[in-house]
Write a new protein. Structure first.
Ligand SMILES: [Cu+2]
Length: 269
């Protein structure tokens, strides 16, 4: 699309992203128009009301109301952008009653910590194991409860997020320490990771990622390692995603306490 090239928008790979881009373009062009308009107006005013033509200042000022009308017009346009486009669009992504549900939905937890992302998948049973911050240790980085059988097949992937193309995805975003921000740029999705709470986002990827994946960034300045808090997003065909899930599943059926959730995908973690 020509207009996108003009602003150099990054690659788009989600269903709703077209609306986000449309809104960004509308706002950008509207602001560009306002910027140019006011610059021209100031230049005009400098010439028109120069001291050489008006040696004595007028304290009465303007008597017409066209500038007030213009200001009101700008306010109305901004309200339409915010209330008519921005809020409803964001609402479709974050409101609880609009979330896709059912067996077909891919669920992931994205857990931020200084300075890395861990992605938690529910495994073959489709249920996340219970997590408890008090159980977090070097061996059990998500704090999975070893007594909860739902967690025995859970998958942890450090730095790599895998998603299938064309499926609805719900991501629960949370943090273990400070505020981070999960930024999935090609999906036009961003959510803050708050310690002690879980925020959700949902989307449907429409494009397979390049072989080396897309970059996942941290969108909140979270400390000295912030710039290195990078991870990779791989959107693959469903078969490849399922194959990855299978290959990453924990090998031992019932791991002893402390080792629960450790998986083939997180060597050395
Ligand atoms: Cu961060």
């Amino acid at each position: 699309m020509k207009e996108k090239l003009l602003l150099g928008l990054p690659e788009l790979a989600s269903e709703h992203g077209e609306m986000v881009d449309h809104m960004m373009l509308t706002v950008t062009y509207f602001m560009a128009f306002l910027g140019i308009f006011w610059a021209v107006f100031i230049a005009y005013a400098v010439v028109r009301f120069h001291q050489s033509k008006h040696p004595k200042a007028s304290y009465k000022g303007m008597t017409s109301h066209w500038s007030s009308h213009l200001e009101i017009g700008v306010i109305i346009t901004e309200c339409i952008l915010l209330l008519g486009f921005a809020f409803p669009l964001w609402g479709t992504r974050v409101e609880d009653d609009r979330y896709p549900t059912g067996e077909d939905v891919v669920r992931v937890r994205a857990v931020g910590q200084k300075f890395e992302w861990t992605f938690h998948y529910p495994g073959a049973d489709g249920e996340f194991g219970r997590v408890d911050p008090f159980l977090i240790s070097a061996q059990n980085q998500l704090g999975l409860d070893p007594d909860d059988p739902n967690g025995h097949d859970d998958i942890q992937s450090k730095f790599d997020m895998y998603l299938p193309v064309g499926k609805n995805v719900v991501v629960d975003v949370t943090s273990k320490d400070v505020i981070h921000g999960l930024h999935l740029l090609p999906l036009r999705m961003q959510q803050d990771a708050m310690p002690g709470s879980s925020s959700h986002i949902w989307f449907r990827p429409t494009k397979v990622s390049p072989e080396d994946g897309w970059d996942i960034l941290c969108a909140q300045l979270c400390g000295p390692g912030h710039a290195n808090m990078a991870a990779k997003l791989y959107v693959t065909p469903e078969e490849d995603f399922n194959a990855w899930l299978e290959s990453s599943a924990p090998k031992a059926p019932a791991a002893p306490a402390g080792d629960v959730g450790a998986s083939a995908s997180t060597p050395g973690s």
